[in-house]
Design a protein around this ligand. Structure first.
Ligand code: PMV
Length: 321
């Protein structure tokens, strides 16, 4: 083990983007592919080495201090600190630290479901490696961040971590079995916010229950999602937005069948379609959070109070200078 105590105190900041699921949510939990894009809403993690023997976390939600030698398990910490503490714990299981202060801040609210836990996990791990000058590849960073999420949450496909690390738009298979950029010059999607915060873990468990009760029926639905994802990948790459719209609507129908849509999502979707949207689907676990919206190319610019301003295909994790 190297002792970073020997290094003079210094600090660095890494930032990682949030994400927006485009196609394939839920199916990706069960070994199917999905498509995700990174959004230009970032989380910043500033880390500073010291000799306090402590991990000190300062975030918009809390200030929290623990002995570095006794980081315990995720359940020992407040929810808002769990991902950061687990990231530090995984890092210190390989590299010794004499003391560390981590300050995080967001350019977005965690309410939108843009993946603040995944972005903060990636930003913290990236900053820890940068400040200690330990090199790490993107794939290694993904494995470490995925381990961290599984330790805290017990489930998840890891798609959000891939978006935070690689950025852009990605074709992704469960656990990072495939992580492949989809090259497209622009992604003319809009984003609408339902005003409701969803609980991903509860919704994922709900689909798993449904699959247990109706294994064949649900597996057929998930296979259909896989086929949608493969066609959407081609259509996005070829800028065939009419087809992307249709595929969004079909994917939304399957998400309805899986029980993760809501009357509010339906209502908002109908209203957006009346105003000129050609494709609307929920993005992520469902239950609320955001919708992705494609507009008819020949209709006037879509206006709706639910639309929020975010740029897509953002850059992956990086050091801030
Ligand atoms: O709720 P979100 O935006 O974190 O998306 C969850 C997507 C799922 O496919 C339902 C779960 C997962 O880990 O892939």
């Amino acid at each position: 083990m190297e002792d970073w105590n020997m290094l003079s105190a210094k600090q660095t900041t890494s930032s990682a983007p949030g994400k927006l699921m485009l196609f394939g949510e839920h199916a990706v939990v069960f070994n199917h592919p999905c498509i995700v894009t990174a959004v230009d809403q970032r989380i910043y993690a500033q880390v500073e080495l010291n000799e306090s023997g402590k991990l000190e976390l300062v975030s918009p939600q809390l200030t929290y201090t623990r002995d570095l030698g006794n980081l315990g398990s995720p359940a020992d910490h407040p929810k808002e600190a769990q991902f950061v503490v687990e990231a530090v714990k995984l890092f210190t299981s390989k590299h010794m630290l004499a003391g560390i202060k981590i300050e995080t801040h967001n350019s977005f609210s965690s309410q939108f479901g843009f993946g603040s836990s995944s972005a903060v996990t990636v930003a913290v791990l990236h900053a820890l490696h940068t400040i200690t000058e330990v090199s790490i590849t993107k794939n290694e960073l993904f494995s470490m961040a995925y381990q961290c999420v599984l330790n805290v949450q017990g489930l998840g496909s890891g798609f959000d971590l891939a978006a935070a690390i690689w950025g852009g738009t990605l074709f992704f298979v469960t656990g990072g079995k495939t992580i492949e950029p989809i090259v497209c010059p622009s992604l003319p999607l809009k984003v609408a916010y339902t005003g409701v915060k969803a609980d991903t873990v509860t919704l994922v468990k709900g689909v798993a229950e449904l699959k247990k009760t109706y294994p064949e029926v649900v597996e057929h639905l998930l296979m259909s999602v896989q086929s949608i994802v493969l066609q959407a990948k081609e259509s996005i790459h070829n800028n065939n937005w009419d087809k992307v719209s249709q595929l969004m609507n079909i994917n939304q129908g399957i998400l309805e069948s899986l029980g993760v849509s809501t009357p509010l999502i339906r209502q908002l979707s109908d209203s957006l379609k009346q105003k000129g949207a050609s494709g609307v689907k929920l993005s992520g676990a469902g239950g609320g959070d955001c919708l992705i919206v494609l507009q008819d190319s020949d209709s006037q610019t879509l206006q709706d109070p639910s639309l929020i301003d975010v740029a897509l295909q953002a850059e992956g994790v990086k050091t801030e200078t």
